[in-house]
Design a protein around this ligand. Structure first.
Ligand code: K2U
Ligand code: NI
Length: 184
């Protein structure tokens, strides 16, 4: 089971590496890692479980955050329309995206960042992601809103990108151009 001790923090070199593609069909070892990622995210949203094990709630987690530099992400969230997005994917890839951007009015955080970094994080408002799930099926998923933002945050982790890399250095709360704001 993954706990906060397994989550590496900013400054650890793995967070700045480009993670490697997972050979498919996935090995038992890689499947177990991805299962543990999605289990962490689901468990972290159970207040009793989170309290008992001292884990920070999250809506996503990427393998590099547990020091595994492989292209795997887990996302488990209900969006603003109460639609559940629960995905554990090998080799996720953004295959198309909107011109329009979006950002969370409260900014972003990260389980690997133990500090508040204020500022808007411009993301694509809509994306289409292709990946392979734990059953070995190729999935294509269309995303918008918080789900699109979360997937982009996690896929950034696979490319060594941190959320604050996107924040406007001169004016962190400058309204991103051609963007919709999302309250969270
Ligand atoms: O990758 C991670 O570190 C988990 C991130 C994912 C995330 C951050 C900002 C925006 C979208 C996704 C967070 O720790 S999850 C915490 C959280 C919870 C609810 C809504 C947004 C962020
Ligand atoms: Ni993160």
């Amino acid at each position: 089971m993954i706990t906060m001790e397994n989550i590496i923090r900013e400054g650890h070199p793995t967070l700045r590496q480009v993670a490697k593609e997972v050979p498919l069909p996935a090995s038992d070892e890689d499947r177990k890692i991805l299962e543990e990622l999605i289990e962490y995210v689901k468990n972290s949203q159970d207040p009793e479980f989170a309290e008992k094990y001292g884990i920070r709630p999250g809506i996503g987690l990427a393998a590099p955050q547990i020091n595994v530099s492989k292209r795997m992400i887990a996302v488990h969230l209900k969006d603003e329309d109460d639609v559940l997005y629960s995905y554990a994917l090998f080799n996720p890839k953004i295959i198309s995206h909107s011109v329009k951007k979006s950002y969370l009015t409260g900014g972003e955080g990260c389980l690997s960042v133990d500090r508040i970094v204020p500022g808007y994080v411009p993301r694509y408002a809509k994306i289409k992601v292709k990946g392979t799930n734990l059953d070995g099926e190729e999935v294509v998923v269309k995303l918008k809103g918080l789900a699109a933002i979360c997937f982009q945050h996690e896929i950034d982790h696979l490319n060594g990108v941190m959320f604050y890399d996107h924040i406007n250095g001169e004016d962190p709360f400058a309204e991103p151009e051609n963007a919709i704001s999302i309250e969270r």
